[in-house]
Design a protein around this ligand. Structure first.
Ligand SMILES: [Zn+2]
Length: 191
């Protein structure tokens, strides 16, 4: 196998990152290999994740989106039916479909760099190679790899404010208005 170019934004994860992710997710992030992409403020945005977690569970989502504000933006987009629309476009646009299949192969090749799990050997993420099932997983790959690797995710991200080419931090507004933890949200309102 030809070696892939290094992930352009990849940095080590330290104890502080683990603490921030715990805050972002409301639980410990498992299987952390490195931080594949950061928010403009430096907080983890996409975590490179081991194909097998500490407890032995195979874990196909090798690029896991943890950034609350972007997670929310993508969830809202999913709620509008964006996935069905994009899946339809895959059957209509040959070039897009071919690029999406290459993104699937790239996903598996990236995973092979850090290990393997037989159960998910041919499974990438987000519905690849033929369907669009999770924008968060696809965005994770596109943010980690940079533009030109996942054409479907590139289209999605290009339609969002302040995501391409750099992630402009919106962490504070997410905490104030729509954080993942209802208790934390209550505190925000009380201030
Ligand atoms: Zn931020």
């Amino acid at each position: 196998m030809t070696a892939l170019p290094p992930l352009p934004y990849d940095t080590p994860a330290d104890e502080h990152d683990l603490a921030v992710m715990r805050q972002q997710l409301g639980r410990d992030m498992r299987g952390v290999v490195s931080i594949a992409r950061r928010c403009g403020c430096g907080r983890p945005a996409v975590v490179r994740t081991a194909p097998r977690l500490e407890d032995g569970t195979p874990f196909p989502t090798s690029f896991y989106l943890t950034l609350p504000w972007l997670t929310l933006v993508l969830s809202r987009l999913e709620a509008t039916g964006a996935m069905a629309e994009l899946t339809d476009r895959l059957s209509g646009e040959e070039g897009l479909a071919a690029g999406y299949r290459r993104a699937h192969e790239r996903y598996l090749a990236r995973r092979a760099e850090i290990g393997e799990a037989e159960e998910v050997r041919h499974v990438s993420a987000g519905g690849m190679p033929t369907r669009v099932k999770c924008l968060h997983a696809l965005a994770g790959q596109a943010l980690a790899e940079g533009p030109g690797v996942n054409p479907v995710a590139d289209r999605v991200l290009a339609g969002l404010d302040g995501v391409i080419p750099e992630l402009v931090c919106r962490c504070e507004s997410a905490e104030a208005g729509a954080g993942p933890d209802p208790e934390a949200r209550g505190e925000g309102e009380a201030r």
